[in-house]
Design a protein around this ligand. Structure first.
Ligand SMILES: *Cc1c(COP(=O)(O)O)cnc(C)c1O
Length: 223
């Protein structure tokens, strides 16, 4: 299937989900996750109208960035080693995986201007997942005010790999509730308005639960 065909189907699903929760398509940013596909396929996504691309490793990111450059906005969605920050920071529009102080410190040091960051939260508590525990997030974000180049625009989570809809909804709802608490503090360094949640198998549910950024790989570009 072409990216264009996949995207048409995804828009249909997005519109249905939006109807169920009184939102509109414009509230939602689709981040096309291109980590499994070629530069050509990533270009096809841009040509189909995708404006946001996501990569989860430094090497893949730099390769795609070289091929596509500023024709897209760039999201770094994977765990980022501190020592690699300097190699990618100038090209990244948003980091979805801020999960520790050492990374914040390095971003702060290397960035020329404030970088939009999502704090990654391990809502489901699975050991295999990155991210802060729910009860660590508020203190962590308070601490980030020391870093003027780190701007907390939202929270991100990876939902558990499950078909159980209620379990997924529970995870997304918890992230949203936490987002609401932080947003309502009106911290200058942490407007925290966004929710990066939902992937190929659960993006419609994530939208119904408030996602503003959905990260779609396999069902959009393949994988
Ligand atoms: C790979 C990946 C995705 C996309 O996964 P799909 O299931 O292929 O849509 C989203 N977010 C993160 C952090 C990823 O690593």
């Amino acid at each position: 299937m072409s990216v264009k065909e996949n995207l048409a189907h995804i828009y249909e699903q997005i519109d249905k989900a939006c109807e169920n929760c009184d939102r509109t398509r414009d509230d939602i940013t689709i981040v096309a996750v291109t980590k499994y596909v070629s530069n050509e396929r990533a270009k096809e996504a841009v040509e189909a109208g995708i404006q946001d691309l996501g990569e989860n490793r430094k090497e893949g990111f730099l390769e795609k960035y070289e091929a596509i450059g500023d024709r897209a906005r760039w999201h770094f969605i994977g765990s980022l080693q501190s020592r690699k920050v300097k190699e990618v920071i100038d090209y990244i529009d948003a980091i979805h995986s801020l999960d520790r102080k050492s990374l914040a410190k390095e971003i702060n040091k290397r960035a020329q201007e404030p970088v939009d960051c999502f704090v990654q939260v391990n809502v489901s508590g699975e050991e295999s997942k990155h991210g802060l525990a729910v009860d660590e997030v508020e203190d962590f974000i308070d601490m980030l005010k020391a870093y003027e180049n780190v701007r907390v625009v939202g929270l991100m989570t990876m939902a558990p790999h499950t078909e159980e809809e209620e379990r997924l909804r529970g995870v997304f709802r918890q992230l949203r509730a936490l987002r609401d608490i932080i947003r309502d503090k009106h911290l200058p360094h942490a407007p925290c308005e966004h929710l990066s949640m939902g992937m190929s198998n659960d993006y419609a549910i994530a939208i119904e639960e408030g996602a503003t950024h959905i990260r779609i790989g396999s069902k959009l570009v393949g994988g």
